[in-house]
Ligand binder design. Structure first.
Ligand code: ADP
Ligand code: MG
Length: 449
């Protein structure tokens, strides 16, 4: 295999985890690496595929490149006509077609059991996950992992995958999110005249030894997926294959698991993950600091661990911000003052005269709703988005305000409501460019008024 082929193959492994199977097969399998030029990987494909990737998958492709750890400066996607200006003659005209294959799953390398810190909050889930990894398809089946966002569900699923493949390289282990599963299903239904594709869908899921579906709360309200999920689960379960699900909603809210399935689930294991204790947060930060090679003092670690009590993803993000700031300034993270400064810098400096009141006012003006309604107790649909957005933006712009204080500001709501709003909006802004734009617009209005 040539250098550039190897690089692309590694990047593709990451892409496979980040995009739906349909997207992977219709677009990414139609791209062919042809050269490395000035540190950039040159890829060739059809104009329509190039457009689609540039328009819809640029971010994911970039992320895949970063995660693949390949040392390249980027990729250039060209069409066949442009080949000659990028590639010396004679190098790249192997005429063979690029044969699409079934998406290969590669688990995130650093999401292992070794890298997972165990505390009281997650020890039951971790033990169940390890037992399943040792003997998939035996007694802990299905395994259902439940916990709020950022508590390590996806990490555990990948750890199971890594562990199973280490012990049984031949096992067919498949990981997908409920969203990708649904996209995949919709794609195969749309192309229902293509029997080959239908067959591939059926076989892909039914021939597995282990099926993991992450974020199954996505199935709620998606009727078309439910029947299909049911059949896939049923077939696998009957054949004593392992099923593992993760969700940020408890089982009883997952109404898509109809009675037939619920009783099946009763025979399996439900393991929930709770927010980590202070000691666990400290241990996680220490492990991550070691991993990211961040030189940080114990008091700085304690300070961070106090600052975010629930979401490990947020905790890790703060650590990375601080580490990045330290690297820029070429010094260790050795004091609380330095941590505070780093976090202040990253959240946009002049937040002095910005208050919760102001953030809510600007958000209300943006959504054209009344201040007292957004802060009030009413739960009507048109108030939900502005309220969650306002809560989220307060946590972003004024990270020093305790979540309980924010909750109080909104008619004495509980801090868990604020956490839910924050995590939900964070997910939405990450997934959906329209939401991201809304959040950015409001943030700019707040910062510049
Ligand atoms: P979830 O899927 O529950 O939203 P993730 O699995 O994506 O959460 O975890 C978010 C981040 O926190 C990941 O980077 C993960 O490695 C890290 N993390 C969560 N729990 C732990 C833990 N117990 N030990 C080490 N890292 C953890
Ligand atoms: Mg997750």
């Amino acid at each position: 295999m040539k250098d550039y082929e190897k690089i692309w193959s590694n990047i593709l492994d990451r892409v496979a985890v980040l995009v739906s199977t349909a997207a992977y097969e219709i677009y990414f399998m139609k791209v062919k690496p042809v050269a490395l030029k000035d540190g950039k990987l040159i890829l060739v494909t059809d104009p329509s595929v190039r457009n689609a990737i540039q328009r819809n998958f640029a971010g994911k492709l970039n992320m895949a490149i970063r995660e693949s750890m390949e040392k390249i400066e980027g990729v250039v996607i060209i069409v066949k006509e442009e080949l000659s200006s990028y590639v010396e003659e004679g190098v790249a005209e192997s005429k063979e077609e690029f044969v699409p294959s079934i998406k290969k799953i590669v688990f995130q390398k650093n999401y292992t059991f070794d890298n997972f810190v165990i505390g009281d909050s997650n020890k039951y889930a971790a033990a169940a996950a390890k037992a399943v990894a040792e003997a998939p398809g035996t007694n802990l089946n299905p395994l259902f992992i439940y916990g709020m966002p950022g508590l390590g569900k996806t990490h555990i699923l990948h750890a199971i995958g890594n562990e199973i493949l280490r012990n049984h390289p031949d096992m067919r282990v498949y990981y997908t999110t409920a969203e990708n599963f649904t996209n995949d299903l919709i794609y195969s239904i749309r192309n229902s005249n293509n029997t080959e594709l239908n067959r591939q869908f059926q076989e892909k899921y039914r021939n597995l030894d282990v099926l993991m579906i992450d974020d199954v709360q996505f199935f709620i309200g998606k009727n078309s997926s439910q029947e299909s999920v049911f059949h896939v689960f049923n077939d696998l379960y009957t054949a004593e294959k392992q099923i593992i699900l993760a969700s940020d909603r408890p089982v009883k809210e997952l109404t898509f698991l109809d009675d037939r399935l619920s009783s099946r689930f009763a025979s399996g294991v439900v393991a929930d993950i709770q927010p980590p204790s202070f000691e666990t947060r400290v241990a996680i930060l220490q492990k991550k600091a070691f991993h990211y090679k961040i030189d940080i003092s114990p008091e700085a670690i304690n300070y961070l661990a106090e600052k975010e009590k629930y979401n490990i993803r947020i905790l890790e993000g703060m650590l990375q911000t601080v580490g990045f700031f330290a690297q820029l300034n070429n010094r260790p993270v050795d004091s609380i003052e330095f941590v505070m400064e780093a976090l202040r810098e990253s959240s946009g400096s002049k937040t002095n005269d910005i208050t919760m009141q102001k953030i809510v006012e600007v958000t209300c003006a943006y959504f054209k709703v009344k201040f007292q309604d957004v802060c009030g107790k009413k739960k009507t649909k048109e108030l939900v988005e502005p309220r969650q957005m306002a809560m989220y933006l307060i946590t972003e712009i004024l990270p020093e305000i305790p979540l309980a204080t924010i909750g109080k500001f909104f008619s004495g709501r509980d801090h868990t409501t604020v956490i839910h709003a924050r995590d939900k909006m964070q997910q939405k802004t990450a997934d959906d460019p329209i939401y991201r734009k809304k959040a950015e617009d409001i943030k700019n209005l707040v910062l510049n008024q």
